[in-house]
Ligand binder design. Sequence first.
Ligand code: NAP
Length: 308
Amino acid sequence: MTDADVMVNKVAIIGCGLIGSSVARAVRHAGAAAEISIADSDVGNLDKARELSLADSYHSTALDAVSNAGLVILAVPVGAMASVATVISGGLKAGAILSDVGSVKNSVLKSVGPLVPAGVHFIPGHPVAGTEQSGPEAGFASLFDGRWCILTPPDDADSAAVEALSAFWTKLGSKVDIMTADHHDLVLAITSHVPHLIAYNIVGTANDLETVTRSEVIKYSAGGFRDFTRIAASDPTMWRDVFLNNKEAVLEMLGRFSEDLTALQRAIRWGDGDALFDLFSHTREIRKRIIDAGQDDEAADFGRPHKP
Ligand code: NAP
């Protein structure tokens, strides 16, 4: 496949937050589309996108943005995907690819799929890349470099459209994997959703303690708590929607997590140092494998510089 094949005429990005604005920047950087249009329901965010010159046109209604676009990417919270799809369905051009970046795939497939007109290729996607920031200023062009983008095409998806979308994400710097929406939701439940829930929970618990003051929690946060607060600062709307829309997989993984936590409690209670040492050695090995796979670096604190 040549570069010319990868380039789409016009990409429409609906929702210009962290991910939408990063897609716009990466498309520009990679020359992956001749034209970029952006829509956002938030006038302030649209103004910021304009100030940052992220696109060629800016729209307060998604329907206007998708006109004549060969590729449309929904980058709104998962709970808003279906309402956006309802608004744009009449304006999608025949042969266009409709995709998304939502962190949950099965609910998007089920809620958006029936709204897609015949002749439009619907291929849900999820770039597994992000930060705890939100909004158009938070995005950056290299966000997807070396990160996985998972596509979850329906069974009857057009293979040429899947290939074209894979090529698009590859051009943006991603590595592409294809799997079912169900499998995606199970994998992401343990690698992303449950870790976020644990972070939200531990920060909430620390905030509610009576015998340790809140100022002590902040003062001594470098002991490990600080790294949980980064994750727990993630966007409340986005994460509310993730848990409401990936209920079954998250509850399944939480069940497993609770069982393992109970085993750890028992090991601490009975002074089973071998069990603790074995687990901690194994988890250290997993960290090494993540670094070896290029998904993080070895610098302290996940590579982020900190003031002393
Ligand atoms: P974000 O920074 O909050 O951006 C979402 C943008 O969409 C906001 O500007 C929001 O406006 C706008 N919006 C909300 N409803 C809309 C609607 N109906 N029509 C048009 N615009 C609408 O969120 P994000 O982090 O980019 O997340 C976007 C999607 O990417 C989510 O589905 C999320 O699951 C997925 N994702 C996120 C990450 C991550 O690390 N953040 C990683 C991978 C995938 P308001 O601010 O007014 O609501």
